[in-house]
Structure formats: structure tokens, C-alpha cells
Design a binder for this molecule. Structure first.
Ligand code: FUL
Length: 472
């Protein structure tokens, strides 16, 4: 049934750069700085560069571990809140150039960006706007100039950048001064120098999911009120002090629903602003030897992966290198297990072996398009047809553990509710109920044997544009 109010919702679609970013699905965070050596989470900016002394740093090892875990890119904390730069910035002395690392000749941004390219990974940068070392912090334009200079170094010296991650954390300078960031200017610099890069968190392209514990929303919408991208509000909700409790906090109840019809109906301005789920493989963002035995269990990582990538979000998992400059063997092993799980689980799409029919697809946009995983071909229905049945039938019974659905985001995000059913004793039984689909929904089911599976789309906005079905 067509609801007139839905029309303006489906007009909101991703930019090409947002679409490309969403297809990155799963990528890694590298937190590495003086904190690694002082055993802290937030440095205060007084650390001597002398402490920064990794003995056997191997960026190739980080990139290989990430690739083995099925990640498609890495984002490096080029400068964290402590202000220490992992590249020899021309605008400060507080960098690797003043450290014992490679006798002051090192450049970790270069090492990692090269390693990423060699391993076929995309490379992204994290540059903390909050800088506890710089005496310019809190001075207004002077600090902005400093920040922009550093941004320019990073955006011009290291090849293609896929993401620029601006943190919303805290913001107080050493003497209590606060900097009012010139976000507009920062964004212009990124757009000018790296037009393909998404600006995440305190930025217009990718939305912080609202917690650091890996918690996800059951219904994650990418069409949300424009005010969700307000940097002041993002900062308010970000970490205010260095505390474990914050890292463990889950999404607050009042932030669970960002994009239902109910929420959007009174909102004037809407935007496409997809979520990214960020968490660390260990309790902390930085490496602490005391956490070597607290690497997240495989089951937990699989859960987060399937509820983020498979819950209409991207997944940014932090893997912090240790003091030697290596990703610890426990983390390497866990990444390998996760990668192996993903490779094995999603290897053979049983939908390709089924006959697929749909009761209400448009001509030229039929169910035969559903096994090709792309935004080019898709299944569509007439305007006003907001429900449909897609039936898959096999000659020989199959075991089903995962059902993957994807919408064609070029037509926005439409599905509101669906069910998955299988055939038992002559009738269909519901084995799964879901709400949103968006980029991707992974449904975990446990169906021993079936010859038929039915995906029932029960409600959608205006019409349907389904890109893909995967049965595993
Ligand atoms: C937070 C920071 O304060 C943490 O140290 C970490 O970088 C995390 C990804 O973002 O806001």
C-alpha cells in the first residue's frame, strides 16, 4: 500500500562516495601512539617523543593480519589526542622525527599506506581535532591553520585515502581552553584534495553508531534527520573522559530509533547518513600487555560482524599494535579465525542453485537479477506494491544457516518488515522475522533441510528495489 508520506523518504539516496564506502563493509582501526609505550588510553600531550621506540615495527604484518581477517582497509591514528604525529610533520617537532624510531627517520603513515597498497587494502586516516600538546589549541584560527596544514600533508603525501575519521572526543586544552573547530573549512580541504574520501563521525558522510562496545540497532536506517550530523551533538555524546565505563556503554534507549516513519514524520530536513560500528578487539583502543588475555572471543566478533555489516552498517574493528610494533599473536589468530569463518560461511550461494520466482516483479527487473551481487541489476515492483513473495526452490533439500538480503541503495532504503519461511510438512513456516534490510541484512537461521524457502516482504516505502539474495 502506498503511503504518500513515504515519497519524500525514498528521495534521499547515497552519494557515490557513500555507496563505495558502504561496500567496504569491514575494515580496521590502528591505534598506535605514545600511549602504546606509556600504557595509557589518552595521553596528555606532555609525553616525551623519546618514549616512542618500537623495535621491530612491521606495517606489512598489520596489513596481512587485516586482510586475513577479511578486512578491506585500515585507518591509522596519525595523531591521537596527545598530539604526537606518526609522520614527520613540517608543522611540529612533536613527531616520530624526534623519537628513537629509525633514528628519527621513520614515517609510519608512509609505511602503512604502502603496506596497504601492497596487500590490496584501502587506507584511511584518523587525525584528532583535539590536540593536548599544541600550544595553539584553543586559539581559534591559528590552531585551525595548524590542523589544516597537517590535514593537507596527510591528504597529499600518501596516495588515495578512503576515509577521514574525525573524533568527537572531549576537546579541552591543557589550560582548559576549548577550540571552536572550523569544520566547514576542514571538510572543504578533504573534498578538494581527496574527493573520493568519506568524512566519518564528526563529518557529513558516515555516522558514528553511538557506542564503542559493538552494540547495534535492530532496525538501522540510513535516512535520518539532518540534525543527526550536528557536530556539537556528536561531540556531546562522545567520550568526555578517559574511562572504561564509556567504552563498555551500549546504545541508549532514546537513540535506538533514528529513522522510523514515526520519527521522520515531524522532521523537515532529512539526509543519507549510514552508520559505522566501531569497537576494539580488546577492551582498550591502545595496546596494553595486561589485556593480552582479553581479546574478544570469536563468537562475539562474529555476532558484531553479522549485526553490523549484516545490519545495514559498516564495521570498523580496532587492532592495536604492541610495543614491538606488531599486532599481537592472539589478535592475529583471532583475525584469522574470523576471516576463515566469513570465507567458509559465505562461500557458496545456494540461491544460484535454486529456481527463483516472485509474484509481483516488474518486467526486466525480475528475480533472476537477485543472484548477481550488484546495484546494477535488481528486482523492482510497481509504485504502490510494497509487499511481495520471493520463493526459492531446490530439486534436492538444502541446509540453511544464513539468509542474506540486500536492497539496491541507489533507490534509497525501503524495506520496513519481512519474514523468512521454509517448507515443512506441506506448508510454509516462519523461521525469522526482520525489520530493516538496507545495504545488507544477515539473518541467522538454523534450518536442517528444506526444498523451499520463501522471503516475504511485508511492508516497504513506495515500492521495492531488492539487489541480492544469498542463501548459505
Ligand atoms: C574516542 C577516543 O577518545 C578514543 O581514544 C578512540 O580513539 C575512539 C575511537 O574514539 O572518541
Amino acid at each position: 500500500m502506498l503511503r504518500e508520506a513515504d515519497r519524500r523518504l525514498v528521495e534521499i539516496v547515497p552519494t557515490e562516495r557513500q555507496l563505495k564506502h558502504q561496500q567496504m563493509e569491514f575494515y580496521g582501526f590502528i591505534h598506535f601512539s605514545v600511549n602504546t609505550f606509556t600504557d595509557r588510553e589518552w595521553g596528555d600531550g606532555t609525553e616525551s617523543p623519546e618514549v616512542f621506540a618500537p623495535q621491530s615495527l612491521d606495517a606489512r604484518q598489520w596489513a596481512r593480519a587485516a586482510r586475513d581477517g577479511q578486512m578491506k582497509g585500515l585507518i591509522l591514528t596519525c595523531k591521537h589526542h596527545d598530539g604526537f604525529c606518526l609522520w614527520p610533520s613540517r608543522f611540529t617537532e612533536h613527531s616520530v622525527a624526534a623519537s628513537p624510531y629509525r633514528n628519527g627517520k621513520g614515517d609510519i603513515v608512509k609505511e602503512l599506506s604502502d603496506a596497504c597498497r601492497e596487500e590490496g587494502l584501502a587506507f584511511g586516516i584518523y587525525l584528532s581535532p583535539w590536540d593536548r600538546h599544541s600550544p595553539l589549541y584553543g586559539s581559534g584560527k591559528k590552531y585551525d591553520d595548524y590542523f589544516v596544514n597537517q590535514l593537507e600533508e596527510l591528504l597529499t603525501g600518501y596516495g588515495e585515502i578512503f576515509a577521514v575519521w574525525f573524533d568527537g572526543a572531549c576537546g579541552e586544552g591543557s589550560d582548559g581552553k576549548r577550540q571552536v573547530y572550523d569544520w566547514k573549512r576542514y571538510y572543504e580541504v578533504v573534498r578538494r584534495l581527496q574527493p573520493g574520501a568519506c568524512i566519518s563521525v564528526c563529518g557529513p558522510d558516515v555516522r558514528w553508531c553511538g557506542n564503542e562496545a559493538g552494540d547495534t540497532r535492530a532496525s538501522e536506517w540510513s535516512v535520518v534527520p539532518a540534525r543527526t550530523a550536528d557536530t556539537e551533538k556528536i561531540a556531546d555524546k562522545s567520550q568526555q573522559a578517559d574511562e572504561t565505563a564509556f567504552r563498555e556503554r551500549r546504545i541508549q534507549a532514546q537513540d535506538m530509533d533514528l529513522g522510523s516513519r514515526e520519527i521522520l514524520k515531524s522532521e523537515k530536513d532529512l539526509i543519507w547518513y549510514p552508520a559505522e560500528v566501531n569497537t576494539s578487539i580488546r577492551p582498550g583502543w591502545f595496546y596494553h600487555a595486561s589485556e593480552d588475555n582479553q581479546v574478544k572471543p570469536l563468537a562475539e566478533l562474529i555476532h558484531i560482524y553479522e549485526h553490523s555489516v549484516g545490519g545495514n552498517a559498516t564495521f570498523l574493528l580496532n587492532i592495536p599494535p604492541d610495543r614491538k610494533g606488531m599486532v599481537h599473536e592472539q589478535d592475529v589468530r583471532r583475525l584469522h579465525e574470523l576471516g576463515e569463518y566469513i570465507r567458509n560461511t559465505y562461500d557458496r550461494n545456494l540461491a544460484k542453485e535454486a529456481e527463483i520466482t516472485c509474484d509481483s516483479a516488474l518486467e526486466g527487473y525480475g528475480p533472476e537479477n537477485l543472484t548477481e551481487d550488484s546495484c546494477e541489476a535488481c528486482l523492482r515492483t510497481w509504485e504502490g506494491v510494497t509487499a511481495c513473495d520471493i520463493v526459492l526452490e531446490w530439486k534436492k533439500a538444502v541446509k540453511v544457516r544464513r539468509v542474506v538480503l540486500k536492497e539496491n541503495l541507489r533507490y534509497s532504503q525501503r524495506i520496513e518488515s519481512f519474514e523468512i519461511q521454509t517448507w515443512r510438512n506441506g506448508t510454509f513456516h516462519t523461521i525469522y522475522r526482520g525489520t530493516t534490510v538496507g545495504y545488507k541484512h544477515i539473518a541467522a537461521v538454523d534450518e536442517p533441510e528444506t526444498t523451499r524457502l520463501r522471503v516475504r516482504i511485508l511492508d516497504a516505502r513506495v515500492s521495492l528495489a531488492l539487489a541480492f539474495i544469498g542463501i548459505y
